[in-house]
Ligand binder design. Sequence first.
Ligand code: KIV
Length: 285
Amino acid sequence: MAKKTTLDFMDMKRKGEKITFLTAYDYPIASFAEKAGIDMLLVGDSLGMVVYGLPGTIPVTMDEMIIHSRAVRRGAPNTFVIGDMPFMSYQSSVEKAVENAGRFLKEAQMDAIKLEGGRRVINQIKAIVDAGIPVMGHIGLTPQSSGQLGGFKAQGRTAEAARELILDAIAIQEAGAFAILLEAIPPEVGEAITRRLSIPVLSIGAGIHCDGQLLINGDMLGLVEAFTPKFVKKYANLAEIITGAITEYVHDVRDLKFPEEKHTYKMKEGEAEKLAEFLKTIDSR
Ligand code: KIV
């Protein structure tokens, strides 16, 4: 299937077709997701937690994001892939934001970038869009500012907080973003934003009314055991499957059940005898 574009996503919103969206950090998951027909992939800075076992996303660097983005691009050459701007790759200046956004396209062939924040990063969004780079906004629970938010907590639960989110969403659209992601907010607020914006509104924990849904692959595949957010549906328990398989392997090796003959290589015709002769000379020394 041909790779979708920002125009296709606009069209899907207009037609009421839901957009499917998943994180990927490596070649195998990216290739499975493309085979499964996913519409969009996000190389999220959540890789700090899912891949590197960090407590949050703050330490993740641009160089790490580029390495993982390249692997995902190789695994999903025909899928729209978005690179996630890590902490301090865009907050401190507009110039830095444009430069780092450009790295995702130049060095990892990403189709777009995502960054966290509403009106407070609006100059960065405008400048990146002006540089010709498609931008996805991200508001609600924004993990890079979880310290300021008092932890990984749902947002927009009061009318006042919801109002601020709606104003942020409108500002992001006006700045030229092609889409926006809402994280961990009540469905009423997700619906209010989705109805008022003409660009696609993606949800991770923002309810069924949004134009599409995102999940973190480690959560939905059951690879992350530490904590599962309320908005996650687990479609598999890979942690159990993988631990079971490795346990069986450990037992097989210890009990001499692995490798079996079918897992070994045969010497070429007549070569075993020659080797035996050679070993005799060595052993008689
Ligand atoms: O990094 C990521 O995967 C994200 C999601 C939590 C939305 O930004």
